[in-house]
Ligand binder design. Structure first.
Ligand code: NI
Length: 172
């Protein structure tokens, strides 16, 4: 089932999310819903707080359509356990901040540990767009948005645009 995505500013996007306990069918369904919502948007990553659920759960798939089969990943309790000194700059966007993009510098490579949908612990090293995306999504679980990396003036400008967008949407 597709869920609706919260738009910044929203207090739920600023919260620290809680670790999920043992996996349940309910949590697996939530992950499936998030993947469906992400693909429909379309986007390459989505974190649970973006649909108003304050659990440590993210989904992502950074395979470009022309590059091969999809690789939907659902990560429960994801943690960055190592990151490279080398950095990378990507123009980032966010489904909670539609149509706004800005360059963000982050470690080029990260090693991530997470619990998969079968309850198994997985560890993998991510590079390039995957590395940026997984860091962006894990940030969401700590109430952090990509615009928090920007200079205050630019961040305020984007926030004002989003407030306007929300007012327009509320009016219908
Ligand atoms: Ni985002």
């Amino acid at each position: 089932m597709k869920r609706s995505i919260l738009i910044h500013p929203d207090p739920r996007l600023k919260k620290i999310c809680t670790e999920v306990p043992d996996l349940s069918d309910e949590l697996r369904t939530l992950a499936d819903d998030m993947l469906e919502t992400m693909y429909a948007a379309p986007g390459i990553g989505l974190a649970a707080p973006q649909i108003g659920i304050l659990d440590r759960l993210i989904v992502l798939d950074c395979v470009k359509e022309e590059d091969g089969p999809a690789r939907p990943l659902a990560m429960f309790n994801p943690k960055i356990i190592a990151s490279s000194d080398e950095e990378n700059v990507y123009e980032e966007g966010c489904l909670s901040i539609p149509d706004q993009y800005a360059e963000v510098t982050r470690p080029k490579m990260v090693q991530v540990e997470w619990v998969d949908r079968d309850g198994k612990i997985q560890t993998e090293e991510f590079d390039g767009l995957w590395a940026t995306c997984v860091q962006h999504e894990i940030d969401h679980l700590d109430g952090k948005l990509f615009i928090d990396y920007l200079k205050p003036l630019k961040r305020q400008m984007i926030t004002r645009k989003m407030q306007k967008l929300k007012r327009e949407r509320a009016r219908g």
